[in-house]
Design a protein around this ligand. Structure first.
Ligand code: SF4
Length: 385
């Protein structure tokens, strides 16, 4: 058995920057995009040399907007991955796509190049809300894209949604959910808007939270999400992720359960052999890397940090408890050679007593109430609170 590895490949380009977005992404011309892909291919060539004993179980093309690239570029990237790594048969290969950035031919070419899962960024079915967010598309554009995705043969589709938007009401959020459910996607991610520093939204809303839905309204949206999606057969398998049975995102589950991952491309993060590191985050600097030189090593492996056992235990608990199945005491013992109950003897019984955690041996998991206040519950698993 090869050691499992997940690949994350970052494509940092978008048609236009959304007003709330703090991801590493920007608009760029075709020349810049093409040059970036050339660099990425060289990076894959170079980095793969270190990971020959691994079997790649998932590939995630994220961004940015990966679907902005021509189909030939996406094919070249995946061909390079296949040529340089051992790609496990049946590996999950996801691409993020935004409405209006891929026609039917492009989507068919994506499917031909081995992509078997697509994640569409809708956020809202209300055109006014989309405009407020600075998205480039309307709901109508999304519907056309969704239809093309199905025509291209994709049978594993995620739709990304966002609640707690400026001007959003409980009624408009429910309407977004219902409109999307009519299309029968296999997976829905539903996050709340975060106001991030350095974005136009920060300037507008940070000091004026009254312009956003109140905490109570946000809670109501959150409860409505859970109920409406449940009525339609969606299982919540992580705090913000819902899927029909068998369509949970394997790549994300790997991340929450501590599978090693290698990030490729601008600013991507990696977690390998107990170390975390980050790729060059500056586009100009990344474009100048000479992948045949030793200099490439420090550019590709920045901010290296070795995780102590305490770090790894905290991460195992905090990421694992995000999932509704929880964390297993047996798995804990196998990984760390210690008894989870002893390590958290002051925490687990207290959270169980307060109805935030439940036990179904060998698992512990958050209760519904625990999920509602997950930030507090998860922080209890940090050693230095
Ligand atoms: S499409 Fe996504 S990555 Fe691109 S600017 Fe908008 S939110 Fe950011």
């Amino acid at each position: 058995m090869r050691r499992p590895l997940e690949l994350y490949i970052h494509i940092p380009f978008c048609v236009r920057k959304c007003l709330y977005c703090d991801f590493l992404s920007q608009p760029a011309g075709e020349m810049v995009q093409h040059g970036y892909v050339e660099q990425l291919l060289a990076e894959i060539d170079r980095e793969s040399g270190y990971y020959q004993e691994y079997g790649v179980v998932s590939v995630y093309l994220g961004g940015g907007t990966p679907s902005i690239l021509p189909a030939e570029d996406i094919r070249a990237i995946l061909d390079k991955v296949r040529a340089c790594f051992f790609l496990e048969p049946g590996a999950e290969i996801t691409i993020e796509a935004n409405p209006g950035t891929a026609n039917l031919d492009k989507l068919k070419a994506f499917a031909d190049s081995g992509i078997n899962r697509i994640s569409l960024g809708l956020q809202s079915a209300d055109d006014r809300e989309l405009k407020t967010l600075g998205r480039i598309h309307t709901f109508e554009d999304f519907l056309k894209s969704y239809q093309r995705v199905r025509l291209a043969g994709f049978s594993n589709v995620n739709v990304d949604l966002m609640s707690a938007l400026p001007g959003q009401t409980l009624a408009s959020w429910k309407s977004t959910l219902r409109k999307v459910l009519m299309l029968k996607p296999e997976h829905i991610s539903a996050y709340s808007l975060m106001i991030e520093e350095g974005t136009p939204f920060y300037g507008k809303y940070h000091d004026h939270p009254e312009l956003l839905p109140s905490e109570d309204e946000e809670r109501e949206m959150y409860y409505a999400t859970r109920e409406i999606l449940k009525e339609h057969g969606f299982e919540r398998y992580e705090i913000s992720n819902y899927a029909l049975a068998g369509f949970e995102c394997r790549h994300n589950i790997g991340y929450w359960t501590g599978v090693e991952y290698l990030g490729l491309g601008l600013g991507s993060s990696s977690y390998l052999q107990g170390f975390r590191f980050r790729n060059e985050p500056d586009l100009e600097a990344y474009r100048k890397i000479d992948f045949r030189s030793d200099d490439a090593d420090w550019r590709l492996h920045q901010d290296i940090a070795e995780l102590t056992e305490r770090d790894r235990i905290e991460e195992f608990m905090i990421l694992g408890l995000r999932m509704t199945r929880g964390v297993s005491g047996s798995e804990f013992l196998k990984r760390f050679g210690q008894n989870m109950w002893n390590v958290y003897s002051g925490v687990i019984p207290k959270l169980v007593e307060n109805g935030l955690l439940e036990v179904e041996s060998p698992y512990i998991r958050l209760t519904d109430f625990g999920m509602d206040v997950s930030n507090y519950v998860l922080s209890e698993f940090l050693f230095d609170r």
